[in-house]
Design a protein. Structure first.
Length: 257
């Protein structure tokens, strides 16, 4: 089953896949005067508009046609599915996954969510459930959809999903916020975004939960591997990493050619 974890993303549709959690990270401190910039016109969108994109995706599942599901994804996008260890980058790879996923007639439902809007970018993340009509089984999972406006429509650029551990109950839905504006966009390369993950990995090796937490924006969401509780505040994140770091984790990223 496809499901979520928004990774690193920066204005300009550059994303780095295969991180372990969804992380909203600020770029290193450099003055705007030192960075390449451009002005972008931002399409107006509301939380309701972005929430409807999941409904569109869910309706495509009901057709039983994997290519109609894949039509919701941008040409450059990644699917990190719940029941597959293989990242799906191409149309055919995604269609292959959904061909098998659709056999049991899944119907999705949002249990809790947070929506964030930026200039021509949107993130919908939280907890959802799938009921499989053919088997009667219901599966709960964490999800993250990252959408980008392509000039005509919103398409999925990143979809990450993972099963929900059973020891904790989901939280109530947090409040939403909407941002609609024009803005100056900072240019960034894939190499610079890769370096952000390296910086985060190095902070894990310090064993200091506070150092790890400093990579997260004040308004950000962490959906950790071993907990169903979304970590919204900095204190929540530091508390999670305090326990996580006891096992001295090492992170490896597998490159995609």
């Amino acid at each position: 089953m496809p499901v979520g974890g928004r990774f690193l993303y920066v204005k300009g549709s550059i994303m780095k896949t295969l991180a372990l959690w969804s992380i909203l990270i600020a770029l290193p401190t450099v003055s705007l005067a030192e960075m390449s910039q451009h002005t972008e016109v931002c399409v107006a969108a509301t939380d309701k508009d972005i929430a409807a994109l999941f409904d569109r995706w869910n309706e495509s599942l009901k057709t039983g046609d994997p290519y109609k599901v894949v039509a919701n994804y941008a040409p450059k996008s990644v699917l990190l599915a719940t029941v597959s260890s293989k990242p799906r980058f191409t149309v055919e790879e995604k269609a292959d996954y959904f061909h098998h996923f659709l056999e049991n007639q899944p119907v999705g439902r949002i249990d809790s969510r947070t929506i964030e809007l930026d200039c021509n970018l949107a993130i919908d993340e939280g907890l959802y459930s799938f009921t499989f009509k053919k088997t009667g089984v219901t599966v709960k999972a964490r999800y993250s959809f990252t959408y980008k406006w392509d000039g005509k429509q919103w398409l999925i650029t990143s979809h990450h999903s993972s099963r929900v551990p059973t020891e904790e109950a989901p939280l109530e839905e947090p409040p939403h916020s909407v941002a609609r504006h024009s803005e100056v966009c900072v240019a960034a390369s894939e190499k610079e975004i890769e370096a952000l993950l390296d910086r985060w990995k190095e902070s894990l090796q310090s064993g200091n939960a506070h150092k790890v937490m400093t990579h997260y924006a004040a308004r950000s969401v962490l959906l950790p591997l071993s907990s169903t509780k979304p970590r919204l505040t900095l204190d929540d994140k530091e508390d999670y990493f305090r326990h996580f770091l006891k096992d001295r984790p090492l992170v490896h990223v597998f490159p995609h050619d």
